[in-house]
Unconditional design. Structure first.
Length: 470
């Protein structure tokens, strides 16, 4: 298994923070698995998952960030200068980002540009990125891509208020709104400046008096702000492949008192497939050891504008009182589901459904939460199974294999699939770490991480050669 043995040295240097992190590889025998000795990147002044939480009021009308209602948004929209949350700058703007057009007659939340209120049709961006081992689709955007988004909609994340809205109520729209919250928080926006609107446009118009219009503001493409301006380092919201490997148990059991709660937000047939039709993508399906399954949709009132269930109902789901985390086949019984203080690691296939579960746990219930952004798309791509050409997706002796009993409860599709061409492409099956995205994002914020093997350090962060040759 993986061991955390990082050595940290930091100092100011021309406004930059220099980190020296020893990322050591020790592969012996080259025919065995799980013998990689690596260390995760340790960061100074890194916000912890617990510090990034928001505990909602029992009545969602009382929230001014996290999960807000149409009643609150209507108050802001009608008189932003007078009703904006305390502490925001005088010249702060209210930016409403709809992930989709709303229902007929309620297409867009009415803006008021003259008074600093803007509504844009702006699904949040994602990106194909590599963690150094494998490249994966739908990851949190890089600094360059995020800044382009800020520029397009003239958002200043250091002072503006962003409200993430669904538009037309629905499951994917709920996921998009949650991902919008996650993306801004990940890049350092303060929790008091990011909110998710509870429910879709038409539901809020009917139940909360939120006025909607048939037109939307045009993206000005005049912004000059950057995520570099945000001092907070909230990257712990993302759980990397390396983080996941380090926290999963070696057997597929629900281990209590281990400090983690691994939450699979997918459907039960993906969690525990029984036929080829249950495979969403790739030749492998199943779940990491110790993961408990609660479908994201159980947290939403689908008949009421895809609003979140009450805080009390969500708490009951988490501790197993109402719905329970029960898997008769594997023997999981969730009478004691979430335990106070546990850090939640949530994922789905691409961590879109998990944006609903993770937002509920982190921004409503106030539970420490990390999003495994690579998700099962990444996890199952790291399998030593053959594609339709007869080539293994990953070498049998790669220390990053996930298709083994020490890491996964795995099922194989009966028919081989085509080799990956974008997502799932292996960059380095023997990489000494899987933190390349975090390292890249730190560098964008002026924090330089130097990586190297036991033989010394290298300023470029180059990955080591295949220790087994080739």
């Amino acid at each position: 298994m993986f061991k955390s043995k990082s050595t940290l040295l930091h100092k100011g240097q021309s406004g930059m923070l220099l980190l020296l992190v020893g990322l050591a590889i020790s592969v012996t025998g080259c025919g065995t698995e799980n013998d990689l000795d690596t260390s995760t990147v340790t960061l100074p002044n890194m916000a912890s998952p617990a510090s990034l939480t928001t505990t909602s009021a029992a009545n969602y009308d009382d929230n001014i960030y996290g999960l807000i209602t149409g009643t609150t948004l209507q108050s802001w929209r009608t008189d932003w200068a007078a009703n904006k949350p305390a502490g925001l700058a005088t010249d702060s703007k209210l930016i409403i980002l709809q992930s989709s057009e709303g229902e007929a007659g309620s297409e867009y939340i009415t803006s008021d540009p003259a008074n600093g209120v803007f509504t844009y049709l702006a699904p949040i961006v994602n990106e194909l990125r590599s963690n150094g081992v494998v490249q994966t689709k739908s990851m949190v955007p890089s600094g360059e891509v995020m800044d382009a988004f800020l520029s397009k909609y003239n958002i200043d994340p250091s002072k503006d208020m962003v409200v993430c809205a669904q538009g037309t109520a629905g499951g994917f729209a709920s996921m998009q709104a949650g991902r919008c919250w996650y993306t801004f928080r990940y890049w350092g926006m303060l929790k008091g400046q990011v909110a998710v609107l509870n429910g879709g446009n038409a539901w809020n118009e009917t139940n909360n008096g939120l006025v909607a219009a048939t037109t939307v503001d045009t993206a000005p493409e005049t912004g000059t702000a950057s995520v570099k301006d945000l001092p907070a380092i909230n990257f712990a919201l993302q759980a990397t492949l390396e983080d996941m490997v380090n926290i999963i148990p070696t057997a597929d059991t629900n281990i209590l008192d281990d400090g983690v709660f691994i939450w699979d937000a997918r459907s039960s047939n993906q969690y525990y497939p029984t036929s080829d039709s249950d495979f969403q993508s790739g030749p492998v399906q199943g779940h990491p050891n110790g993961a408990l399954n609660l479908n994201y949709s159980n947290l939403l009132n689908t008949a009421a504008g895809y609003t979140y269930k009450t805080k009390a109902e969500l708490e009951d789901y988490m501790d197993g009182t109402t719905n329970g985390f029960i898997d008769a086949t594997l023997g999981f019984v969730g009478a004691n589901g979430y335990q106070s203080g546990d850090t939640i690691y949530t994922y789905c296939e691409t961590t879109y459904r998990a944006m609903v579960t993770g937002f509920a746990s982190a921004a409503i219930l106030g539970y420490p939460t990390r999003f495994y952004d690579g998700a099962m798309t990444e996890w199952h791509s790291l399998s030593a199974v053959a594609d339709s050409n007869g080539d293994l997706l990953l070498p049998v002796n790669s220390p990053w294999r996930t298709d083994n009993v020490e890491r996964s409860h795995t099922f194989l599709k009966s028919v081989a699939v085509a080799p990956p061409t974008t997502s799932g492409v292996i960059n380095d099956a023997y990489a000494s770490h899987a933190q390349a995205i975090i390292i890249e994002d730190l560098a964008y914020k002026g924090i330089i991480v130097e990586t190297g093997s036991t033989g010394g350090t290298s300023t470029g962060g180059a990955l080591p050669a295949n220790p087994c040759g080739g």
